[in-house]
Ligand binder design. Structure first.
Ligand code: SF4
Ligand code: SF4
Length: 418
């Protein structure tokens, strides 16, 4: 694709990067068929190819950023298009740069800027999350409110449906039957912000599973946000400030772990980019990576260990976009659970998007609800006992209205261990 970009818009290095990405697109359209918003809306401007063209026009001065903003905002940043692109177009990077410029230069309508600022503020208030999810948990404990869809809090699954398993003794069963008596070392578990308040059971479940293998779970005293939400909304300064703080905390702990695990795939996807984002010139600064262990998705770590015995039930696996397209772990959770003995009734295998997509379900709620209904329809087709996912945002979004309980796959594994 030929380009003629306006040199006044961006720093020269970033402009060169934009130019390279735009030129790598050959306009073939292989990406369009897998794009959830194109499938839903049928508008070329809401497809990856269309959005790339709109961004090109804006960077060349032929379209205003205000005019293209609605099409960019409707993008889920699911990165399905990157996986399907034979030319390796770095679409998400192009979108991040464009949204960063729009944030810095206050592009888009006033209403858009106010909504973005409001949602960003809301999701950064840990005290509000603590109070909000605390109220949510209290309401969910009331008999008539356990599973109603209109309450915007994670449902409280009695889980009696889940293969009539009595989970009352699950903590004992999983901590009292270690398969290794030797201490294997320390593993750092990152709690995440939203996950810490919305679904704290996920990290607790992972801790119990690791204990069976003889690993000791450790935590940071205070854990900074990974910065993914503000960064992908265009506020790069805030996102990188958060990420730098987490980087600093990891180094300041002075510990070396066998592994560092992040059980929210949205956070893990951001942390995978940590070195590239904090050291964009690739090792030319004095910055050292925070941990030689690397930051992993738990499935990568657990799949290397001897299998654990489980009580099998029927499971549909929702694979978050971040786990498929950013972490490149397509199919791994389904494969791992299947190998342990669970009956896998289906999986989206990273195809489509549930509509959660960071702040998408708050900012584009109508589209997000349609995408959720599609995803649940697909996953519930074979009547699984439970749907599992790997990201807190997807879990809360999918669980809000579905008939089938939705939980993190680590919680399911912990609950079904024999
Ligand atoms: S598949 Fe890749 S090269 Fe083809 S139109 Fe889409 S982004 Fe461009
Ligand atoms: S990131 Fe997802 S929603 Fe956005 S253009 Fe690509 S496939 Fe479509």
């Amino acid at each position: 694709m030929q380009t003629s970009l306006d040199p006044t818009l961006l720093h020269p290095e970033t402009l060169t990067e934009v130019d390279r990405i735009l030129r790598s697109c050959v306009h073939c359209g292989f990406c369009t068929s897998g794009c959830p918003t194109y499938q839903l809306l049928g508008d070329e401007s809401d497809s990856p190819r269309g959005r790339i063209y709109l961004m090109k026009q804006a960077f060349e001065g032929d379209a205003s950023f205000d005019a293209i903003a609605p099409h960019l905002d409707r993008c889920l940043t699911c990165r399905n298009c990157e996986t399907n692109c034979p030319s390796g177009v770095d679409y998400s990077r192009l979108l991040d740069i464009t949204k960063g410029l729009m944030f810095e230069q206050a592009k888009g309508s006033l209403w858009r800027r106010l909504r973005y600022a409001g949602v960003k503020w809301l999701l950064r208030q840990r005290w509000l999350m603590r109070i909000g999810f605390g109220i949510g948990r209290a309401l969910r404990s009331l008999p008539g409110l356990k599973n109603v869809g209109w309450l915007p809090f994670p449902r409280s699954h009695a889980l009696s449906r889940v293969a009539q398993t009595d989970f009352s003794d699950r903590e004992q069963s999983s901590t009292h039957r270690p398969i290794s008596k030797r201490t294997q070392g320390k593993v750092l578990l990152l709690r995440g912000c939203l996950q810490h308040y919305a679904t704290p059971g996920t990290v607790q479940a992972l801790e119990r599973i690791l204990k069976r293998y003889g690993y000791e779970a450790t935590y940071l005293d205070t854990e900074a946000c990974c910065g993914a939400l503000p960064y992908h909304m265009g506020d790069h300064d805030t996102g990188l400030r958060d990420l730098s703080e987490l980087d600093r905390q990891l180094k300041a702990s002075g510990q070396e772990w066998v592994a560092v695990l992040s059980s929210a795939s949205g956070c893990a996807a951001m942390l995978k980019q940590m070195d590239a984002l904090l050291d964009p010139l690739g090792g030319t600064s004095t910055r050292q990576p925070p941990t030689t262990a690397g930051i992993l998705d738990p499935v990568t770590f657990l799949a290397q260990l001897p299998p654990l015995p489980v009580k099998s039930i029927k499971v549909a696996v929702h694979q978050p976009c971040t786990q498929s397209h950013a972490l490149k772990l397509t199919g791994q959770v389904a494969q791992y659970l299947g190998a342990l003995g669970f009956e896998i009734t289906g999986s989206n295998q990273g195809e489509g998007c549930c509509g959660s997509a960071g702040t998408y379900s708050l900012l584009e709620s109508r589209l997000a609800a349609s995408l959720r209904d599609q995803m649940l329809g697909q996953l519930e087709r074979a009547a699984p006992d439970v749907i599992v996912t790997a990201n807190v945002g997807c879990q809360v979004h999918l669980d809000a209205v579905g008939k089938t309980p939705v939980m993190h796959w680590l919680e399911l594994l912990d609950r079904q261990l024999i």
